[in-house]
Structure formats: structure tokens, C-alpha cells
Design a protein around this ligand. Structure first.
Ligand code: DX5
Ligand code: ZN
Length: 221
């Protein structure tokens, strides 16, 4: 396995999104946090911004929808050119149908679970997905501390992927930085979202490089 680093533009300067995106052109995915002020108590950006930014960057977009009613909204992000569209398990009664709509619209489909949401009920449907995003903070804000108590769930997800021969990215999001990325990698994650750890420093591209090296150094081969 090889580590993917996905800088979160939530920590970027929203007045300079194209430049901030260009500053991490060595990243694997660009993580785009969409929040609706209903599913989470924060409001960020939506489809018009994703469409404009899509024209300004060639990075694959990893859209993380922290919104209610993903059945209604998620396929539009795929149509807008997102590479992966992840929605929250807690936001829908029928995650399989949303995943099928996303795939039909041409993107990878991702399922996100909050720190307190168990993995077990979703194990039987993971084959419908391309990405499993395990939140390592409560969704809503960047710059929070990594919650190490979620790591057993990451380990359990990696076991399920291996034993089920699933083709699934295992993504962690929240509080990933140079102090936490190695334990997340050892637990089995292979996609690492990093917002403040990339954008709060002077050299975002160098931060991406460092995080990738750290993750690769301790991931299972
Ligand atoms: C939080 C978002 C994250 C956030 C990560 O709800 O989903 O993607 O931007 O930011 P850091 O890396 O600063 O925790
Ligand atoms: Zn996110």
C-alpha cells in the first residue's frame, strides 16, 4: 500500500482557493469539506465553488459532504467532476442507494462515520463503496485534536477489508499531523486528510511530502 495525502482546503485561505490548491499540487487528493450548517454546526462551501475550483486544478477532488439529504445532493458533486464523493452514514437511511447514484454519476463513492458511530452495521454494505472515511474528530471544524480512541475502529476496518478482499480506501480525517499520522498508518489507514498540519505552516507542499514519508514508513507493505 502507498499513502495518499489529501490536504483539506478548510484550513486554506478561502479568498485564494486556486492558489492554495496550487500550493499542494504534489498531493494525491484535494479534500473539500462541504458543510450545510444542519448536519454540522458550520457552513463552508458548496457546488458552485467546487465547479469553479475544478476548472482551476487538476488534482482529484475528494468531496466530504457533511450535509443532510445526501441522496438529493451527492450525485451533483460527481457530475461536477469530483473523483470521490463521501457522505455520512448518519445522514441517510439508505446509504447503498446514495452510493449507487454517486457511482452512476461517475465518481467513487465514500461512506463516512463519526467517532461515536459503530462500524459493524455497515460491514455488510462496504462492497458498495470505494472509500471508508473514519472521522478522528467530530465533524464540523478544522484544527481539533486527534481522537486516538477511534484507532481500534480503523484496525477493525482494515481487517474487514483484508478478510473480505474489498477494494476500499481507508481514510482518516481530523487531527492528522506529524505526531499522529504514524499511529493512524499503523492502524491500517491509507488516505490521510490533513488541514491545519498542511496549511498552517509556511510550506504546504513540504508538509505534504513529510506526512507522506512518515505514513509510508510505517504502513503495512
Ligand atoms: C472536519 C473536516 C476535516 C478538517 C480537518 O470536520 O472534515 O477535513 O478540515 O482539519 P484538521 O486536519 O485541521 O483536523
Ligand atoms: Zn473532511
Amino acid at each position: 500500500m502507498t499513502a495518499f495525502i489529501a490536504p483539506s482546503i478548510l484550513s486554506a485561505d478561502f479568498a485564494r482557493l486556486a492558489e492554495e490548491t496550487a500550493a499542494v499540487s504534489n498531493a494525491d487528493w484535494l479534500h473539500v469539506d462541504v458543510m450545510d450548517n444542519h448536519f454540522v454546526p458550520n457552513l463552508t462551501l458548496g457546488l458552485p465553488v467546487v465547479k469553479s475550483l475544478r476548472k482551476a486544478s487538476s488534482l482529484p477532488f475528494d468531496c466530504h459532504l457533511m450535509i443532510e439529504d445526501p441522496k438529493r445532493w451527492a450525485p451533483s458533486y460527481a457530475e461536477a467532476g469530483a473523483h470521490n464523493v463521501t457522505f455520512h452514514a448518519e445522514a441517510t437511511q439508505d446509504p447503498v442507494s446514495v452510493a449507487r447514484d454517486i457511482r452512476a454519476a461517475g465518481a467513487l463513492a465514500g461512506l463516512a462515520i463519526k467517532p461515536g458511530t459503530p462500524l459493524e452495521p455497515y460491514l455488510p454494505i462496504l462492497a458498495e463503496f470505494d472509500t471508508l472515511l473514519v472521522m478522528t474528530v467530530e465533524p464540523g471544524f478544522g484544527g481539533q485534536s486527534f481522537r486516538a480512541e477511534v484507532l481500534p475502529k480503523v484496525r477493525r476496518a482494515r481487517q474487514a477489508i483484508q478478510s473480505g478482499h474489498l477494494k476500499l480506501y481507508l481514510e482518516v480525517d481530523g487531527g492528522i499531523n506529524e505526531d499522529t499520522i504514524e499511529e493512524a498508518a499503523r492502524a491500517g489507514a491509507d488516505v490521510f486528510v490533513a488541514g491545519s498540519a498542511v496549511y498552517d505552516g509556511a510550506d504546504p507542499a513540504a508538509a505534504v511530502e513529510r506526512l507522506r514519508e512518515q505514513a509510508n514508513s510505517c504502513m503495512a507493505q
